[in-house]
Ligand binder design. Structure first.
Ligand code: AMP
Length: 508
């Protein structure tokens, strides 16, 4: 493999910069950072990393709040040839112990309030600790401010690691997905084209930067396009609507769109300056898609990806953006649907396991060769764990995670099918269908439903509405009406929590 500085993602991001004074990031507090500033700051921080003993191939773990220095730390790590390992800010010391001892970073960067606890864990793997707080202040930025801005980007091969992102794994241990320089660069470049990003774009960036969505899709795509982004610490619907007057693109998880729809300020007029709304990381309800179109005139563009694969499919820029579908395979990405038992490719419109192959697909799980082998087919396709189908127009539809499949009385029940039926009832906002241990059926189909305030929805009315529309074996055995579904920071419904909550309802 050819090792050059130009294969380094950092070089690919910033080489041939013809207008260094161009704005790259604007902070919510008004601070403006140009491309030249960003590169200089990455140089200073890369010098600090090297001074702290970080060598090419070493891991740099970061549990930091979103700030420009936190993004600079990612860029500096990649620039110095090391491997960036972002950690969800919600992780507790107990959880961090697993990630840090598994990844064995040589440096851990964290909030000053956690430095003591993390210090004890870091010492076990001889890692140093530096601090960075929510305002971008700490020992790391203090040292960077004194460092030289020039830094020769370290040569890397295109399949050397740029980052390790631990999967959110709700079952078993979280796994470190190893992403190469080329995985990240190729996917972002493809998205720049597919979504027609140009230097005139202004992205509203309100996603966390410890996850593939905010870190790679949002940040890398913006930087590759020489566009700019407005960095917000979190979802603030009213502020986002105000910013739309001078922005062009919003990337969000579905919760962004449902929350924005709750504001009367969201109108055709307030979105007039925008050109694109993108959703991903969790299923966007077809209703939300339709409501958004009616209110703003824009069809949300839904795409599908995962930590291990970057982005796989996207609804088209021109052409039909189909509500409830995640679109077509991106250029260079192959998607197929197979029988989970036999691995044989299935015909169009048949539900099975979604598998993907392409330059976007990760190199394997960190220090888990067996697990890696088990999740790749011999011909290089990665078994995503998502169940879905490809329709006759080639659009991919996701029907849920394989582990969420309910097997009741020996029959497969796809939660999405039942959820769609329930969601179509007037007064219902959304629903989640889970399998719960059942003495007779193995698993009992169980529905958890959220409805509009004042809607007359009960277990009996849901069952009555489903009667005759679903085969008997798919009918929920119980229906629970709740105020809201448990969700993680990326807007995913946490079905594992629901399964725990209702674990005993069919106990004899
Ligand atoms: P993560 O690795 O945290 O990004 O989660 C990836 C998983 O999120 C995928 O395997 C899917 O199950 C789910 N996901 C991502 N995008 C979508 C989407 N547009 N619709 C439905 N599920 C999605």
């Amino acid at each position: 493999m050819n090792t050059t500085a130009s294969a380094n993602l950092f070089s690919r991001l910033f080489d041939k910069l013809d207008d260094p004074a161009r704005l790259a990031i604007e902070m919510f507090d008004g601070t403006r950072i140009s491309y030249a500033d960003l590169i200089a700051r990455a140089g200073q921080m890369a010098n600090v990393l090297v001074a702290r003993g970080v060598k090419p191939g070493d891991r740099v773990a970061a549990q930091t709040e979103k700030s420009v220095p936190a993004l600079v730390l990612y860029l500096a790590t990649v620039r110095s040839g090391a491997v960036y390992l972002p950690l969800n800010t919600a992780y507790t010391l107990n959880e961090l112990e697993y990630f840090i001892t598994d990844a064995e970073p040589s440096l851990v960067v964290c909030d000053p309030s956690k430095a003591e606890g993390i210090g004890v864990i870091a010492a076990k793997v001889n890692a140093r600790v530096e601090t960075l707080d929510a305002n971008g202040k700490g020992t790391l930025t203090d040292a960077a401010a004194r460092a030289d801005a020039s830094f020769a980007t370290v040569a890397r091969a295109s399949d050397d690691l740029a980052a390790i992102l631990y999967t959110s794994g709700t079952t078993g241990r979280s796994k470190g997905a190893m992403l190469t320089h080329d995985n990240l660069a190729s996917n972002s470049l493809s998205l720049v084209d597919y979504w027609r990003f140009t230097r005139d774009d202004v992205l509203i960036h309100a996603l966390p930067i410890y996850h593939t969505h905010g870190l790679f899709v949002a940040s890398n795509v913006t930087l590759f396009a020489r566009a700019s982004m407005i960095f917000l610490p979190k979802l603030d619907p009213e502020l986002i609507i105000k910013l739309m007057a001078r922005s062009t693109v919003l990337m969000g998880v579905p919760t962004f769109y449902t929350r924005l729809l709750q504001s009367p300020a969201l109108t055709k007029d307030s979105t007039r300056h925008m050109r694109l709304f993108i959703s991903g990381s969790a299923p966007l309800l077809a209703d939300t898609h339709r409501e958004w179109s009616a209110r703003t005139g824009f069809a949300i563009l839904e795409r599908y990806g995962m930590t291990e694969t970057n982005m796989n499919t996207s609804n088209p820029y021109d052409g039909d953006r189909v509500p409830g579908a995640v679109g077509l395979p991106l250029p260079g990405v192959s998607v197929r649907v197979t029988d989970p038992e036999t691995a044989k490719e299935l015909a169009r419109d048949t539900i099975g396991m979604i598998e993907v192959k392409g330059p976007n697909v990760f190199k394997g799980y960190w220090r888990m060769p067996e697990k890696t082998k088990a999740e790749f087919r011999d011909d290089g396709f990665f078994i995503t764990g998502d169940l879905g189908k490809i329709d006759d127009k080639g659009y991919v539809h996701i029907l849920g995670r394989g582990k969420d499949l309910v097997i009741s009385g020996g029959f497969n029940v796809y939660p999405k099918e039942i959820e769609s039926e329930i969601d179509a009832m007037p007064g219902v906002i959304e629903s989640a269908v889970i399998g719960v241990p059942h003495a007779d059926f193995g698993e009992g189909v169980t529905a958890v439903v959220v409805c509009n305030k004042g809607a007359d929805i009960s277990e009996a009315s849901v069952l009555q509405a489903l009667d005759g529309r679903l085969a008997k074996f798919k009918m929920p055995k119980r229906v629970f009406v709740v105020d809201e579904l448990p969700r993680n920071a990326m807007g995913k419904v946490q079905k594992n929590i629901l399964r725990d909550t209702y674990a005993k309802i069919y106990a004899k």
